[in-house]
Write a protein that binds this ligand. Structure first.
Ligand code: 2NL
Length: 371
């Protein structure tokens, strides 16, 4: 058989292939599993060693020649096609750019920003601290004794190991340890001590999960330490904050006696609401006809044991503190009704409830629509 002539033939057909499809068809015909050159390769098996030695290199040369011709022709066709496209295609730079997908600000982030801004106007700094805490900062310093139910395993996520000082490690159940750390830091930097005005926003963890509780949620606590601080300062601060946050001048507070280990006296704060079109809208006295009171937050005068744990003398320094659920006030202000959706990471929920990074939130965004 004349392998040189066969190669000549193949090369001619490759050179004449009209397009990429024809070239591919040719490749299959010559070099595919059932291809003619592949067939020739198979005949080597039946030959004597002497024949194989002379014929083998010729078939191999045929195969390599066809392969490299195919590859070269394919590259030439492709670059010709690209050249042709570049020659005819143009981009209209006057058209508007296609819009890139844009994320939104999560309502919790939005509310945290609002809180920082409102309290900054009242002279509060934002303090942060670790989410992994030890039981001294999370409980003991806050006048929560060993036996307190808040320490029970079903509420708190504990780590299996203790820290270097032998303290139990846990996920903080409130942001109060941040205030303890801040007090200790202030006293360390300035043995004279306070004053302190901070809010401590952030994630907190409790082993609790149902329609209204998630194992992780957000809290903001506030702490003021100074001389001559009393309940009047607490009430004014909360009233000023709530009016600014809910963007209503007619917010009315009701303070009820309560109990927290870290405050004495402790007060639960309710806000008055009206029922408008079947929905609760904050504002007005809860005692008015058709109105009611809604429990919103807990607060009180800082317990003297806590002042002392913070390194300060309670005979010299007094303070008030409060704690609020950030997710809850976000729901109240912007009208979401399922807490779990906050942390599902569903982009459709975020597209609906999220904020543009450039938006100034307004009342019309749905204040006070949630129950
Ligand atoms: C609630 C109640 C509260 C505090 C938190 C606090 C922190 C320090 C000292 C004293 Cl360092 N108190 N925090 C006080 C009263 C209530 O939270 O129901 N939060 C959702």
């Amino acid at each position: 058989m004349d392998y040189a002539a066969t190669l000549e033939q193949a090369l001619a057909r490759i050179a004449n292939a009209a397009d990429l499809d024809a070239l591919e068809q040719l490749r299959v015909e010559l070099l595919g599993k059932q291809g003619s050159i592949s067939g020739l390769m198979k005949t080597l098996g039946g030959m004597s060693p002497e024949d194989r030695q002379t014929v083998g290199p010729q078939i191999q040369g045929l195969r390599e020649g066809a392969t490299s011709a195919l590859t070269a022709r394919k590259a030439a066709m492709e670059s010709a096609a690209l050249e042709a496209r570049l020659a005819t295609e143009s981009i209209d730079l006057t058209l508007p750019a296609p819009s890139a997908p844009r994320g939104t600000v999560h309502p919790v982030s939005q509310v945290l920003d609002e809180l920082a801004e409102i309290f900054a106007d009242m002279g509060f700094a934002v303090a942060t601290g670790p989410e992994i805490e030890d039981d001294w900062h999370n409980f003991t310093a806050l006048n929560i004794p060993e036996s307190h139910p808040a320490r029970a395993m079903h509420d708190t996520f504990y780590f299996p190991d203790k820290d270097a000082e032998g303290r139990s490690m846990l996920l903080r159940t409130h942001t109060s340890p941040v205030q303890i750390r801040t007090m200790l830091d202030v006293v360390k930097a300035n043995p004279g001590g306070a004053p302190i005005r901070i809010i401590a926003p952030g994630r907190v963890y409790r082993s609790d999960s149902d329609a209204t509780h998630t194992p992780m949620f957000h809290q903001v606590e506030g702490l003021v330490i100074d001389k001559g601080i009393h309940l009047g300062h607490l009430k004014w601060t909360l009233e000023t904050f709530l009016k600014a946050f809910f963007e209503r001048d007619d917010i009315v507070l009701r303070l009820r006696p309560s109990y927290f280990p870290f405050t004495e006296p402790s007060v639960e704060v309710d806000v008055g609401f009206a029922i408008v079109n079947g929905k609760r809208v904050l504002g007005g006295s809860g005692d008015a006809p058709g109105h009611g009171w809604m429990e919103l937050l807990g607060s009180g005068m800082v317990n003297h044991h806590v002042i002392r744990a913070g390194g300060l003398d309670p005979d010299e320094w007094q303070g008030f503190a409060f704690g609020i659920g950030v997710d809850r006030i976000a729901m109240l202000k912007y009208g979401m009704d399922d807490l779990r959706a906050f942390f599902d990471g569903d982009a459709r929920w975020l597209a609906h409830y999220g904020f543009s990074a450039h938006d100034a939130p307004t009342l019309s965004a749905g204040v006070g629509t949630a129950a």
